[in-house]
Design a protein around this ligand. Sequence first.
Ligand SMILES: Cc1cc2nc3c(=O)[nH]c(=O)nc-3n(C[C@H](O)[C@H](O)[C@H](O)COP(=O)(O)OP(=O)(O)OC[C@H]3O[C@@H](n4cnc5c(N)ncnc54)[C@H](O)[C@@H]3O)c2cc1C
Length: 262
Amino acid sequence: MLAGGQSLIPLLKLRFASPELLVDINNIPDLDYVVVDPDGAIRVGALCRHADLERSTLLTATQPTMAAAAPLIADPLVRNRGTLVGSLCHADPQGDWASVVTALGGHVVAQGPEGRRTIPVSEFVTGPFDTALATEEMVVEAVIPAPKGAPAGGYLKLERRVGDFATVGVAVAVEVAATKITRAGIALTGVGGATIEAVDAAQALVGEPLTADRIEHAGELAAQAAQPRTDHRGSAAFKRHIVRTFVVRLLDRVVDSREMAA
Ligand SMILES: Cc1cc2nc3c(=O)[nH]c(=O)nc-3n(C[C@H](O)[C@H](O)[C@H](O)COP(=O)(O)OP(=O)(O)OC[C@H]3O[C@@H](n4cnc5c(N)ncnc54)[C@H](O)[C@@H]3O)c2cc1C
């Protein structure tokens, strides 16, 4: 299946994939949307490009983690063609959207001959370049559930140069009511064989005010959840350090923006 082609075409060019048949979905009408439903859920169609999300005032107003990530995907050329849904389907451990959508507790809607089914993104990505999608299914949209509190958070990415894949990426998505965190999601890019959901780190924040101690603790738990390897982008210890630093930085920003520390 060909969406933006920004991952598939390089694979074909390098002869890592040689499909007998390519199904180009670009002429299917009405799949290029990003909308907020009346209940606050965000739906992103299969042909919504990274650039559509980057320019979306709707996201800036409603979803800070997605709004922060959109301009950090690749470079403008890739963002003009590549799609969020294609990125989820490609399941690259260094893909940024999988972490963002995982942190937000999102799901994809897959359509096949048997009809439609919903798959949480945390279960959709099953390993490097592998998903729970059946051969005859396509993903028609990704859905971010309606928040129950005020959404806050962001996405930080360490890259060797602008437009590069992540050495480390961290998505933090929290929902805040009064001074407490009512829901938290933290997910990590590029520090394991697939996107990593830092469940314990997120859980340590829920039901509590964001104190400096809790923020440090969440950073430590996220660093422990990472499974980085030493490579040309940096040592495993360095990457863990960046995970901890990014989690703390993003949560500090939530405190600063909302003045919600206990
Ligand atoms: C130079 C360069 C730099 C990049 N840097 C980054 C980066 O920093 N961060 C990042 O996250 N990504 C990066 N990418 C990848 C980019 O974001 C791609 O756009 C994205 O991974 C795939 O989206 P696509 O729409 O181009 O999918 P395609 O390339 O068309 O497809 C990718 C895979 O997903 C499948 N697929 C696509 N859509 C569907 C669907 N609706 N249903 C079922 N299967 C589908 C295809 O069959 C294929 O297997 C980079 C790419 C390039 C070329």
